[in-house]
Design a protein around this ligand. Structure first.
Ligand SMILES: Cc1cc2nc3c(=O)[nH]c(=O)nc-3n(C[C@H](O)[C@H](O)[C@H](O)COP(=O)(O)OP(=O)(O)OC[C@H]3O[C@@H](n4cnc5c(N)ncnc54)[C@H](O)[C@@H]3O)c2cc1C
Length: 447
């Protein structure tokens, strides 16, 4: 039910920029704009610290942490993450991709973080930068009007409504997609119809004898499972699959998750003594994008614009980089609305380019050919290093770092051809398989 803002005569707080949502995108944009001397209001509906999914970060995040001056605080909060390990029972093995082997040698590790503390840290950073950061304050209505100023109405939990008059609005409301929802511009991603069940556990065995900080991604026939080591012996575990898989669910979400984990031998081995720390959560059909990203005096950043899929842990990085670029667009617009148009177009191009770079891998993760390449990686033309760079989130790589990525993609297309002729890549090279396996291992996405 939309809030009747016209009928509510409220005193208005004026600001340059109002940011909806105090997650990584919103807090990043608010910090950078406040540091430029803008009057920023940042509104978050929940109270920090609060749980959020999305705990595994990428090396290129470190660049933004440095810019925000929070790198040491994030390091103190999380588990050191040297890379990502992919495990496949079908292939009978595992491969660890170390970020230290990537093409961008400036950022060679990352962290796995409990999001409650991480998001609270970033929100507090925005406040320290001078933003009027209020949590427990839900935005109810935005009346866009670039000339008179956008009117935003919010309500404190259990309290009174507040009105704001903002010259610029940044929507960083995450999966709530506040503006895209209001504009009807949000559409499900037709290429990726997956969902997830996840929870926290204690007593999960490390993949190797000793904990090594890697995220492990266990591939199984119909999807994949993440295992993320967090501080204090907690492991975040989630299972991602398609609609057909989840439709077979019987019983509770927890029972379904436990049965599904027990059915994957390399995961079951690690779960022998595991104890859940709470009820599991189900998130369905989570990939989408808005058909518009910005307009006169407003833009969307992070998940408020689009969400892909968590397989390569790219969500927080994409959210913070789009917020960083978005802050520059807002700042330029406040000085000169017409002059800021080219910057806004470049912002859109770069955000879409980063999403496209990762989509290529994401849409193929359940295909046998890509899985074979992950499990038997080859470094001809440095293509393994190129893959590591993508896994590190180096999606805005300079031209000299692109040829290995292109070599990896070319190898994929050649191997796809070989696959159609009945061959698969194994550690020892191309091997004839009889009968030839179908191209997809997953059921076709429904809907
Ligand atoms: C199953 C799953 C697993 C994932 N795993 C990873 C991972 O391992 N690594 C990774 O990097 N990413 C992961 N992600 C993605 C990651 O969670 C998001 O991409 C990231 O949190 C986006 O940041 P954001 O700031 O755009 O949005 P959010 O972090 O969602 O923040 C948006 C904020 O806006 C607030 N808000 C919403 N509506 C309003 C309103 N009306 N008024 C005020 N406030 C409002 C919300 O409360 C929230 O705090 C995963 C996602 C899913 C679904």
């Amino acid at each position: 039910m939309p809030f009747d803002h016209a009928a509510e005569p409220l005193p208005e707080t004026a600001c340059d920029v109002l940011v909806i949502g105090g997650g990584p995108a919103g807090s990043t944009a608010a910090t950078l704009l406040a540091e430029k001397g803008r009057r920023v209001v940042l509104l978050e509906k929940d109270r920090h610290p609060r749980f959020h999914i999305g705990e595994s970060l990428l090396p290129l995040n470190l660049r933004i942490f440095e810019r925000l001056g929070v790198r040491e605080e994030v390091a103190a909060l999380g588990v050191f993450k040297p890379g990502a390990r992919f495990v496949s029972d079908e292939h009978g093995g595992h491969t660890a991709f170390s970020f230290a082997a990537g093409l961008n040698q400036a950022y060679t590790h990352s962290y796995q973080v409990p999001r409650a503390g991480f998001d609270a840290l970033l929100f507090d950073r925005a406040r320290r930068a001078g933003a009027d950061a209020r949590d427990g304050m839900r935005v109810l209505d935005v009346a866009l009007d670039a000339r008179a100023g956008h009117r935003v109405v919010a309500r404190e939990d259990g309290g009174a409504p507040h009105a704001f008059r903002a010259r610029y609005v940044i929507d960083a409301s995450g999966r709530d997609t506040f503006l895209a929802g209001a504009m009807g511009s949000k559409a499900r991603n037709p290429h990726n119809n997956t969902a997830a069940i996840y929870g926290h556990f204690r007593g999960v065995l490390p993949f190797a004898d000793e904990p090594d900080g890697n995220i492990t991604v266990h591939l199984f026939d119909e999807g994949w499972i993440w295992m993320i080591p967090l501080p204090d012996g907690v492991t975040s575990i989630g299972l991602v699959s398609n609609a057909g898989f989840f439709k077979r669910r019987q019983g509770s979400v927890d029972a379904f998750l436990h049965a599904a984990l027990a059915a994957v031998p390399s995961v079951a081995r690690r779960m022998e003594h595991a104890v859940p720390l709470g009820a599991a959560t189900f998130t369905g059909n989570y990939s989408y994008a808005s058909s518009v990203m910005h307009g006169d005096g407003w833009l969307m950043a992070g998940d408020a614009y689009a969400f892909l899929d968590p397989v390569f842990s790219s969500g927080v990085l994409l959210a913070m980089t789009s917020a960083e670029m978005g802050a520059d667009v807002a700042d330029a617009w406040l000085d000169d609305p017409a002059g800021a148009a080219p910057l806004a177009r470049a912002f859109e191009r770069k955000v879409k380019g980063a999403i496209d770079a990762l989509s290529w891998l994401i849409y193929r993760i359940n295909r046998p050919v890509l899985r074979d390449m992950f499990m038997a990686p080859n470094n001809t033309f440095r293509m393994r290093d190129g893959l590591v760079s993508l896994l590190a989130g180096d999606v805005h790589a300079r031209l000299n770092r692109q040829p290995p990525v292109l070599a990896f993609k070319a190898a994929y297309y050649m191997l796809s051809l070989a696959h159609r002729c009945g061959y698969r890549l194994r550690a020892e090279g191309l091997v004839r398989v009889r009968p030839p396996v179908p191209e997809r291992v997953t059921a076709p996405a429904a809907g």
